[in-house]
Design a protein around this ligand. Sequence first.
Ligand SMILES: *[C@@H]1O[C@H](CO)[C@@H](O)[C@H](O)[C@H]1NC(C)=O
Ligand SMILES: *[C@@H]1O[C@H](CO)[C@@H](O)[C@H](O)[C@H]1NC(C)=O
Ligand SMILES: *[C@@H]1O[C@H](CO)[C@@H](O)[C@H](O)[C@H]1NC(C)=O
Ligand SMILES: *[C@@H]1O[C@H](CO)[C@@H](O)[C@H](O)[C@H]1NC(C)=O
Ligand SMILES: *[C@@H]1O[C@H](CO)[C@@H](O)[C@H](O)[C@H]1NC(C)=O
Ligand SMILES: *[C@@H]1O[C@H](CO)[C@@H](O)[C@H](O)[C@H]1NC(C)=O
Ligand SMILES: *[C@@H]1O[C@H](CO)[C@@H](O)[C@H](O)[C@H]1NC(C)=O
Ligand SMILES: [Cu+2]
Length: 578
Amino acid sequence: MKLQQVAGLCLTAWSTLASAATLPAELVEQRQTADGSCTHGPYTRACWKNGYSIATDFDEKFPTTGNTVTYDLEVTNGTCNPDGNGDRVCLLFNNQYPGPVIRATWGDNLVINVKNSMQDNGTSIHWHGVRQYHSTQSDGVNGLTECPIAPGDTKTYSFQVTQFGTSWYHSHFSSQYGDGVVGSMIFDGPASSNYDIDLGPYVLTDWYYPTAYQINSLAIINLQSQGPPPAADTVLINGTNKNANGGGQYNKVTMKKGKKYRLRLVNTSVDNYLRVSLDGHNMTVMTTDFIPVNPFSVQTLLIGIGQRYDVVIKADQAAGNYWFRANVATDCLSANNFYGRAIWSYEGVASADPTSTAYDEPSGCLEPSGASPYWVQKVPSGTFDNAKGDLDVSITQAQLPPGGDTLFVWALGNSSMNVEWDQPTLQYVANGNTSYETRMNVHPTTSEGSWNYWLVQQDSRAPPVPHPIHLHGHDFFVLGQGSGTYTADAPLNYATPPRRDTATLPGGGWLAIAFPSNNPGAWLMHCHIAWHVAEGLAVQFLESPDQISVDEGALQSTCDNWKSYYETAYWKKDDSGI
Ligand SMILES: *[C@@H]1O[C@H](CO)[C@@H](O)[C@H](O)[C@H]1NC(C)=O
Ligand SMILES: *[C@@H]1O[C@H](CO)[C@@H](O)[C@H](O)[C@H]1NC(C)=O
Ligand SMILES: *[C@@H]1O[C@H](CO)[C@@H](O)[C@H](O)[C@H]1NC(C)=O
Ligand SMILES: *[C@@H]1O[C@H](CO)[C@@H](O)[C@H](O)[C@H]1NC(C)=O
Ligand SMILES: *[C@@H]1O[C@H](CO)[C@@H](O)[C@H](O)[C@H]1NC(C)=O
Ligand SMILES: *[C@@H]1O[C@H](CO)[C@@H](O)[C@H](O)[C@H]1NC(C)=O
Ligand SMILES: *[C@@H]1O[C@H](CO)[C@@H](O)[C@H](O)[C@H]1NC(C)=O
Ligand SMILES: [Cu+2]
C-alpha cells in the first residue's frame, strides 16, 4: 500500500501548543476606528462603503449585502491542448481550462451547484482560502466535510463571502485538480494600492503531458528510491503557452502608457514553485493570499503552490513588447522541461516576440521578505516562549509540558492521513461519535477565542524538499521559518507576523505558525504539492465539534449516491484520497 511506503520517507514532525490568550482589545479597536466612510474608486481603492474599508480585518467584521450570486459548474471528462502539444484527456469545469472566473462582492452569498458529469471519478470542490465561516460543510474536502460527489450527482455549496481579494477553486479528490479541475475567484473589495484597470486573474501552473493520475503513480514509485517526482513539461500562463517546437499561443496583454494595472497572480501548480517577472517593469505587491500588505516593489516574485499575489504594474517604460516570464524555481528543487512566457505590449505597438532582457533571478526559496502586514496584529507569545525550550521535535509521543497546556508531538510518517471517502469527519460529528481512527489524523483545537501554536519540523531523514503548507478555515500567522532543526533560540516574530493561508516549510527546515480558534469546523492542514498530500502529508483540526451544525439530509444524500456508485466502480482509491 502506497501510504506505508511513504512512512519513513516523508517524515515530518509537528508540534502543537495550545493557549488561552486572546487578541488584545485595543488592537481590534485600533483597526475598527480606521474604517472610513469614503467611497471606493480608482484613486481611493482603500475605501469601501458603510463603514468598511481596507482597515477592516475581515475576521472581526464583514458586510452582509443580502445578494446571492449563483454559479453552475459541471465537471466533465474531455480533452485539452493548452500549448499546442496535442490533445490529452482533461477533466474540466464547463468544458474550459482554466474553469470560469467566479466573481462576487465582499459580503455576498455564493451558491455554487457542482454537477459531476465524469463517468469514472468522484469529485469534491474546495474554495481555496475561503474562510467558510460557520459553513464547514461547504469546504469541499471529501472524507472530511462530505462524501465525494458521485458521477451524475449534484451538490450545492453555499457560503458567505467574508473576505476580499483573489483566490482559486479546485478539486480535492486525489490528484484530480492536476488534470484541469481548477478555476479562479475574485471577491471585490477595498485594496491597499490604487490602480486604474483590473486585468483579472493570471493563473500560473506547471503542466504535464501525461495525466495527473499517471504522474502521481510515478511520483510514488520514485519516492521509494528517494528520487524526485517527474519534471513538469511546461508552465502555462492563464491556460496557454507555446510549446518547445513553436506550436501553441502566447497569452497577450496590452497596456496603455501611464496606466496602472492590477494583476491577480494565482499559482495553481501541482508540484512547482514559480518565479515570475515582467521584463523592465517593477511589480508593486499589495496582497498576499487574501491579506492586504503595505505595498512594496519587486522585480521578480516567487510564488508557492496555492499562494496568490495581487500586484500593480505601471506602464511606465518605452512603448514596445516585453516578456512576462514564469520560470520554475530551481532553488526550490522545482524542475521542468520548458518555461512559461506571455507577451505584454504597449498600445499602438505591433505585437512581436520581445527582445527584452530578463531580471537576474535571486537565489533562495522563501516568500518575499518585504511583505509587512497592513493589519498589524500581535500574537501572544507566552505559551510558546515558556514551552519552547522543552519542545522535543524528534520524538513521536504526546508530551505534557509544565503549566497545564497541551503539547503534542508526532511524526507524520507514523500517522499519514488516509481518509475514508464514505466516512467523512462531519458524519462522526453528526453522530456524536468521537472514536476517530488514527488514519484520520484528527487533532482537536483549543476552545473558541484561544490560540493554537504549531511547529512543523521536517525530519532530517526526509528529502529536503520545501513544502507549501496550507490551512483551511483560517489564516495563520507566520511566526518564523528556518533551515535545519528548530532550536529554542530561533527568533520568532510575535509583534508583526505576516498572515496568510499558505506558507513555505523550507526544505529540511521548520515553520512556526499560530492561529486563533474562531471558526468551528473540520479543517484540513496539508502540503499543497499534489503528490505529497496524495501520499498523506496532512492533518485535520476538529474545532469545537459541539458548535458545528451539520445538514444531515444533504450529507446523507451525497454519501448514499457515492456508496451505490462505488460498489461497482472500476477505479478504486489508491492514495490518501485528498
Ligand atoms: C475519461 O474518459 C476516458 C476515455 O473516454 C476513460 O478511460 C476515463 O476513465 C474517463 N475518466 C473519468 C474521470 O471519467
Ligand atoms: C479517476 O479517473 C482516472 C482516469 O481518468 C483514473 O486513472 C483514476 O484511477 C480514477 N480514480 C478514482 C479513484 O476513481
Ligand atoms: C485570464 O483569463 C481570464 C478568463 O479565463 C480573464 O478573465 C482574465 O482577464 C485573464 N487575465 C489576463 C491578465 O489576461
Ligand atoms: C507555484 O508553486 C509551486 C510550488 O509551491 C512553485 O514551485 C512555483 O514556482 C509556483 N509558481 C509561481 C508562478 O510562482
Ligand atoms: C524596483 O524594485 C527594486 C527592488 O526590487 C527597487 O530597488 C527599485 O527602486 C524599484 N524601482 C522603482 C522604479 O520602483
Ligand atoms: C513510529 O515510528 C517509530 C520510529 O520510526 C517506530 O519506532 C514506531 O514503532 C512507530 N509507531 C507506530 C505506532 O507505528
Ligand atoms: C464510530 O465510528 C467508528 C468508525 O467508523 C465505528 O466503527 C463505530 O461503530 C462508531 N461508533 C458509534 C457509537 O457510532
Ligand atoms: Cu510537500
